[in-house]
Design a protein around this ligand. Sequence first.
Ligand code: SF4
Length: 294
Amino acid sequence: MSRSIEWGPAQLMRMFRGSSGRISVTKFSSQYCEIKSIFDSLRPPAITPAMKAGTEMHQVLEESVMGPPVEFTEEAAMEFSAEDAHALRLGDVVSRWRHLVDTSKAREISVYGTIRGIQLKGVIDEAAIDEKSRIHLVDTKTYAGDLAVYKQRLAYHQLLVYYELMGQMIKGKVDIDQLAHEKAKKCDFLVPLHRDIQAAWGYGTLQEMMDGWKDSLNKLSSGSMAEEVRADFIDRRNHNTDQIEFKHDVDTAEQLFAFRSELLSGQRPPLPLSRSVGSCRFCPHFADCSERQH
Ligand code: SF4
């Protein structure tokens, strides 16, 4: 890596954190090259056609489970207050949890939690509840064909983090009041929301939305996490090309959490790309990286 870039814990946390102050699960469980993930945070890579196709595929899958997305007219948007603007974000999150409770399946579910003192956030591709009230997690990868070991390991590691965060959510370890009030410092939670927002999600106020979220979590709290987690690898035509089932493993999860938190707390430097994973020659940061090796 360029010697002009520093990677002390304060810089790392700043680079990786979003505006919410939390690190995303994707960044926390990244396995490809830790130095590249720092470069990417400093200089976000351009959206490639493959990334765009992947996003579109996620949208197709989402609509197949969740139905068409909620949309509002321009006229309504012109009338939105600060509370309505916040309700757009919160309503989307809360409605997915409610969908999971009501239909036993949902996609793109936001989860939050803390691992080794690091605040995290993520979006689980899919969760489904079986007849024994166990929650099964699925991570969808929109690439197929070349399932290199590191790609499988990345999917597994992400699922381990999602498993932990989902467990914290349903066991009441996450402060929902704090989450709901994030970015809403000037909002009055008792002010009636715009009629179109009320019609779309059925909540009259932000307070009702927040209470609805808690109610969904409360209903899930009597269930448990299924040990089996799954990664679906699909191609761009939505053909399920591979499904790999893993088992949750406490020891592996703890090793992963320790390894990643060591980096983020400054106990070890970021690692370069391993030769077994790939070649630096294809990295967009090749020219700037003093750690490039092969
Ligand atoms: S050149 Fe190699 S070591 Fe450097 S960021 Fe890219 S992949 Fe990582």
